[in-house]
Design a protein around this ligand. Structure first.
Ligand code: ATP
Length: 235
């Protein structure tokens, strides 16, 4: 479904990605793990067209999207839920969700998407008319994910959904990610919380300073001594 081939990305003179390659197959949850500054968010932002690769190739659903503008990539069925959620605090929950459906014009389809999101996130339904800025951190993450789902993506990209959440909420969010996947959405998940993301992912890639250091099934990486000591807190 998604193939990233040898992308190199720079911020000015500084090289952030030194030739990253990986793939996401239909139906999978794939996770990219790595420390702060490893290049995880840069990789996601390059895939969704928010920044440009200097070289390399990105294909989504068999089409070259390396130079495709971000809004067209969303229309093709790829939704990106950014780090820090980036919800609109002064708009209501309902209005924020509608923003996620901007690629759609069919009202019946939008209403059905909204119903579907409310089913997945009943708490958002309860708070439909509330300003998004008044939601708790966990609810804001649900809203950001709900907004991403409003365009009915085939690939949902999540950047650090666990950031700033209590362990119980992290577990709830990760359960929801798994449910979304089981209902047919492919997921690319970026996380510093390697412990949780390896529990729900099928496959994983470890990033370090803009390079892929290791890759394998989530079970293989969970058992890998290097991953255990560097990312899973084993001593
Ligand atoms: P984090 O979890 O902290 O976001 P990350 O793995 O997502 O980490 P990136 O945010 O992709 O890492 O950053 C990769 C590298 O690129 C880092 O060295 C970072 O300092 C640099 N970088 C990121 N954004 C910019 C920017 N807008 N301008 C210059 N350098 C940047």
């Amino acid at each position: 479904m998604l193939t990233v081939n040898n992308i190199q990305v720079y911020y000015g003179a500084i090289q952030a990605l030194h030739g990253i390659s990986f793939e996401v197959n239909e139906g999978e949850i794939v996770t990219l793990i790595g420390a702060n500054g490893a290049g995880k968010s840069t990789t996601l932002r390059t895939i969704s067209g928010l920044i440009r690769a200097k070289s390399g190739l990105i294909e989504f659903m068999g089409q070259d999207i390396t130079k495709t503008p971000a809004h067209k990539i969303v229309k093709m069925g790829l939704a990106h839920v950014p780090e820090g959620r980036k919800i609109f605090p002064n708009l209501t929950v309902h209005e924020n969700l509608l923003m996620g459906a901007y690629t759609k014009s069919d009202r019946t389809e939008i209403a059905a998407s909204l119903e579907n999101v409310f089913q997945r996130f009943p708490r958002l339904k309860e708070r439909e008319k509330q300003h998004a800025g008044t939601l708790s951190g966990g609810e804001q993450q649900m809203l950001a994910m709900g907004r991403g789902l409003m365009c009915k993506p085939s690939l949902l990209i999540l950047d650090e959904p666990s950031m700033g959440l209590s362990p119980i909420l992290v577990e709830e969010i990760f359960n929801i990610i798994q449910e979304i996947n089981q209902l047919g959405t492919t997921v690319l998940l970026v996380e510093q919380n390697a412990f949780m993301s390896l529990q729900i992912a099928h496959r994983a890639y470890v990033l370090e300073t803009g390079r892929i250091l290791l890759s394998g099934t989530a079970a293989d990486l969970q058992a890998n001594p290097k991953v255990r000591s560097a990312y899973l807190g084993d001593v």
